[in-house]
Design a protein around this ligand. Sequence first.
Ligand code: ADP
Length: 259
Amino acid sequence: KPSAPTSASGKPGVPGVGAIVAVASGKGGVGKSTTAVNLALALAANGLKVGLLDADIYGPSVPRLLGLSGRPQTVDGRTLKPMEAFGIKAMSMGFLVEEETPMIWRGPMVMSALTQMLREVAWAPLDILVVDMPPGTGDAQLTMAQQVPLAGAVIVSTPQDLALIDARKGLAMFRKVDVPILGIVENMSYFLCPHCGTRSDIFGHGGARHEAERLGVPFLGEIPLELAIRETSDSGNPIVASDPAGTYAATYRSIATMI
Ligand code: ADP
């Protein structure tokens, strides 16, 4: 049995799982989950065995984004079998509680749920496990960044100053716990009018690229604000899977080669 890689920080890895990569944002609503799901599918399209762990305990969105419902089975009465969609494995609190049930939990319970979703799920064999992190830099995020043997973090931000300020804090958090920053993705980068083709920079444009340069981390790419991305996400058929030959799938695949 191959032994699990141990991260530079000495945290034990997950047996049979290659790299664990976090997708994070400083602020909610910037498209972190949408990016995490499409990046996971793009990594799979690039030929990797991929898992997606939804670490957003209070607001899980992976089940809906992947069009998955139902309960995971257990393998041996304890280890959960991950759910599967579009060729990737997935685990989320959303599979374990009803959609309308609020998670009224304190930090330690969140941590133990995350640890279970990481270590008591039959993930192996995986080349890469993408973790859709909860937004922000609170206790749960910090503990997560400290306890999970992360190979690196991808930061998602809109070009808007407010989102960038928070993205900077997220980045600083990962740096503090020695998690390498793999780069920044600018989501909702611009809008192309589907009727007249005019481009509008709704949240400004280029802010994340500029920020990446300033902070000395890679700029991974820009994803526009696009109706098809929102619609395909909402219908549980993300754009990388539903339109694999399209330009957005190509953009996500190219970002995937850089992480
Ligand atoms: P977060 O995980 O940061 O809270 P989500 O991924 O849930 O953000 O996205 C928030 C909303 O914005 C969702 O309705 C999603 O479909 C939409 N969205 C995200 N990225 C895009 C995009 N590039 N174009 C259009 N809609 C998007």
